[in-house]
Design a binder for this molecule. Structure first.
Ligand code: ATP
Length: 236
């Protein structure tokens, strides 16, 4: 994939495969192109060059809702719930208009409650989304994405801004989504502890180019990655 915005080359010939069942990671400094890559994969921006394939099908140029209904769902770094709706309604909408397109509101609500239970937010189902803490907004963002029925979930910095205790809980949630629900995950993350603890494989972007790919240990030992991104004193 290559992607430019006017004169800015945000991505340059980036190639990567996420395998079914794995947790893949995407790291890189601010402005490296991570969110742009997610936006291209999920249909929010067309690539300037290249193709996106999902489940053996070329989905390049598809609209986001069509990609979502095929089972590729993203979350946003800056979460975007419907603020005046309740937490429950925010998730129910995914059931009604996402992949399943349920017609039965009651069933959609029941299943939304199950998802909220899974992410640990059911006790706040009746709250307006605008009243949630940062950690709970992130949970809601994940719940909304699960309601859309993903096979591949793109998580954009779901751990950012969390306390260490909240980070540990959120890491467990990501693991559960992968292992219990069988959902493949591709995640952008700055918290290296989480990348090392969760990811099977990681790609590193630097000024829009892929500079490394491998296990977390391999990329942490890569001198180019250390120089570009991680700093000298990384401990794993
Ligand atoms: P961060 O960690 O800060 O979220 P990132 O790795 O996600 O950074 P991107 O947000 O993808 O990086 O940005 C990559 C480059 O593309 C940056 O130079 C950014 O300014 C530019 N860019 C991103 N989106 C647009 C846009 N819609 N219009 C113009 N330039 C953009």
């Amino acid at each position: 994939i290559s992607k430019s915005f006017g004169g800015v080359q945000a991505l340059e010939l980036v190639e990567f495969t996420v395998e079914k069942g794995e947790i893949a990671g995407l790291i890189g400094a601010n402005g490296a192109g991570k969110t742009t890559l997610f936006s291209v994969i999920s249909g929010f921006h067309p690539p300037s060059f290249g193709k996106v394939r999902f489940k053996n099908q070329d989905i390049t140029g598809w609209k986001p809702h069509a990609i979502c209904r095929k089972g590729l769902v993203r979350t946003f770094q800056v979460v975007r719930p419907f603020p005046r709706m309740t937490v429950l309604r925010n998730v129910t909408i995914g059931k009604l208009y996402g992949r399943e397109r349920l017609k039965d509101e009651k069933r959609a609500e029941r299943e939304a409650h199950e998802i909220l239970e899974f992410v640990g937010l059911n006790h706040k189902a009746a709250y307006p989304a605008s009243g949630l803490t940062i950690a709970d907004r992130k949970r809601l963002e994940v719940a909304r994405s699960l309601a859309a029925g993903p096979e591949l979930l793109l998580l954009d910095e779901v751990l950012a801004g969390l306390t260490p205790a909240e980070t540990a809980e959120a890491m467990n949630l990501v693991r559960e989504i992968n292992q219990r629900l069988g959902i493949t995950i591709f995640m952008v993350e700055h918290v290296m502890k989480a990348v090392v603890g969760l990811c099977d494989r990681v790609m590193v972007l630097h000024y829009g180019c892929k500079i490394a790919e491998g296990t977390p240990r391999e990329i942490a030992a890569d001198p180019q990655v250390v120089e570009a991104y991680l700093g000298e004193d990384l401990e794993i």
